[in-house]
Design a binder for this molecule. Structure first.
Ligand code: FAD
Length: 382
């Protein structure tokens, strides 16, 4: 196709940033997207004045000033801070584990008291040597009470397996804070774009040099696309691109159930985790609280998030980075290097869990490389 310099597969953050930066450099792109909307997993829509995140709660948090300044050019960010509540059989605790959690659990008031309590619990549990599974790993890090009430049920639901049957590497460390601070993230910059994420990618793609075709799957016409386009950016699944010749990479999926309720304020917080084993969902989001209660006063929208087995054809959310999958991903990455005219990027193209800020950073790196901008180049929006 002589009209375009690039075919971009996927209108998520990675593909959109690439198309936008290519257009700045006078290059034309056709962006194809198999869903009926742009913005990938960050997609949001409005209902009753409330911004709903269709693929799970997305909070932008970063230490990367370049990325933060850049994204702020496309939306106004509020100063939302993620502060999650855990509900264990009706008992409420603050997350992440901090002095408020410990006070509620044990009545400890000083950092020294809390640390002593955790030490005592670790000793009683008596785990010696290398932890054999996730349960031992968690107890050796935080003791039995927090493990039993706040980790065990949640983790077992998420992975669909007993904690004693899960590998210990899933929990490498547990963030423990000996301060009264409920902010989930340690990053310097954090917020939610007022009105949602979709506007960011709409603005990037609204350009004379960019055409967008939704409801279009690359694999419906892979050979023709590769013949017609001189350069391709592919942000879909890397194993599918190579016809699964080294096997199928595994993911974890999720199921979302959204309902509108005739009430102003349903749960009083944006995110509540259900950490017992019996409640079938892992968390409930109440969307208006991400924007400080914005939206109709007599309505609220909540979404229950359920863990789900992933099978081909289902939404792939989290890569399962065990040794087997990582080895396989490496083989695909080596294949990818041999394909001269295709760039592989984004979370599915790289088989990596990427937060949004990392995705922006990775897209910047790809643009620098493609356009020979040099490693010191800075992405700035005026
Ligand atoms: P995607 O957003 O997945 O976009 C890829 C696009 O390519 C999709 O639209 C897809 O439909 C399309 N595509 C795939 N294959 C094809 C094909 N064959 N043909 C055409 N189109 C195709 N990040 C944070 O920073 N903060 C958070 O709080 C956060 N929460 C998250 C919660 C969940 C449940 C999940 C799953 C992710 C979360 N993330 C969060 C990560 C964030 O979603 C990613 O960083 C971001 O979406 C990655 O962008 P991407 O463009 O690489 O991939």
């Amino acid at each position: 196709n002589k009209k375009y310099d690039y075919l971009i597969v996927g209108a998520g953050p990675f593909g959109s940033i690439f198309a936008y930066e290519a257009a700045k450099r006078g290059k034309r792109s056709l962006v194809i997207e198999k869903r009926d909307h742009v913005a990938g997993n960050t997609y949001t829509h409005q209902e009753h004045g409330i911004t709903v995140h269709d693929y799970g709660a997305h909070i932008f948090h970063t230490d990367n000033k370049e990325v933060w300044d850049y994204v702020n050019h496309f939306a106004d960010f509020n100063n939302y801070q993620n502060q999650v509540i855990a509900n264990y059989k009706g008992e409420l605790y603050n997350l992440p584990f901090n002095m408020n959690t410990f006070y509620k659990m044990w009545g400890t008031k000083t950092p020294a008291e809390a640390a002593a309590k955790i030490e005592e619990q670790k000793k009683v549990a008596g785990i010696n040597g290398t932890p054999k599974n996730l349960e031992e790993q968690a107890i050796s890090l935080i003791g039995t009470d927090i493990y039993q009430k706040l980790i065990k049920g949640y983790t077992e639901k998420q992975w669909g397996r007993k904690a004693t049957e899960l590998p210990s590497f899933i929990i490498k460390r547990l963030p423990v804070r000996y301060i009264y601070d409920n902010n989930y993230f340690n990053h310097r910059y954090q917020g939610i774009p007022v009105g949602g994420y979709t506007q960011i990618f709409d603005k990037m793609l609204d350009n004379d040099l960019i055409d967008v075709q939704t409801n279009t799957d690359f694999f419906a016409n892979k050979d023709e696309y590769l013949k017609e386009f001189p350069r391709v950016l592919f942000t879909g699944m890397i194993d599918q691109y190579f016809d699964y010749k080294h096997g199928q990479l595994e993911y974890r999926s999720l199921k979302f159930e959204t309902e509108t309720i005739d009430e102003n304020n349903h749960q009083g917080n944006a995110v509540i985790n259900y950490t017992d084993a019996e409640t079938p969902y892992t968390r409930v989001m109440e969307w208006k609280h991400f924007e400080f209660g914005a939206g109709d006063e007599d309505k609220t929208i909540i979404t229950k998030e359920y863990p789900a087995e992933w099978k081909p054809g289902k939404e792939a959310y989290y890569p399962i980075n065990n040794a087997e999958n990582n080895d396989m991903a490496k083989k695909y990455a080596n294949e990818a290097k041999k394909v001269g005219n295709v760039i592989f990027g984004g979370r599915l193209g790289q088989y990596r869990y990427l937060d949004m800020d990392q995705t922006f950073h990775e897209a910047f790196e790809a643009v620098k490389k493609e356009f020979n901008l040099g490693s010191d180049f800075k992405f700035e929006e005026k």
